[in-house]
Every structure is written in structure tokens, then in C-alpha cells.
Design a protein around this ligand. Structure first.
Ligand SMILES: [Zn+2]
Length: 82
């Protein structure tokens, strides 16, 4: 999701503060970025944050495997070298 928007500058109060921002999950990461700039006084503010997204399928699989008894593991052919 991305958008731009005009709002009031927090520094000079004019309504010429342009905001551009983008937020969402792609390429396995959460991304948020924000850039604002006042056309009148030149005040700028930027913020950017990227974070890995937890892979639920992989975690659930690991939890399920951790609960198996040795007999279960042998029955499933998981015994040994993995
Ligand atoms: Zn301003």
C-alpha cells in the first residue's frame, strides 16, 4: 500500500507538507517507509523500518516435529540424520 497526502507542516504550519508513505509485506519482509517534506519551509522528516516476517508454516512444522516421540519419528522415517 502506498499513498501520498498533503497536510499541515508541523514546523511552519503551512498546508504544503507533502507526505509519501508505503507500508506492506513483500519479499518475505515487512516494510514501512515515510517521507514528508514541506514545500514552503523545506522541513523534512523520514522514517523507514524493515522487519522479517515470521514464517508460520515453518514454525508450526518445527513445533510438530519437536513433539514427536522417538517411536513416532522412526515410524515416519525421520529417525537419524536430519
Ligand atoms: Zn513548513
Amino acid at each position: 500500500m502506498s499513498a501520498d497526502n498533503w497536510t499541515n507542516c508541523s514546523k511552519c504550519g503551512s498546508s504544503s507538507f507533502r507526505e509519501d508513505y508505503e507500508i506492506g509485506i513483500w519479499s518475505g519482509e515487512f516494510h514501512a517507509s515515510y517521507r514528508g517534506r514541506c514545500e514552503d519551509c523545506g522541513y523534512t522528516f523520514t522514517f523507514k523500518h524493515d522487519a522479517p516476517v515470521e514464517n508460520d508454516a515453518e514454525r508450526l512444522r518445527a513445533e510438530a516435529l519437536a513433539k514427536l516421540t522417538p517411536a513416532d519419528r522412526k515410524a515416519l522415517g525421520l529417525d537419524g540424520n536430519d
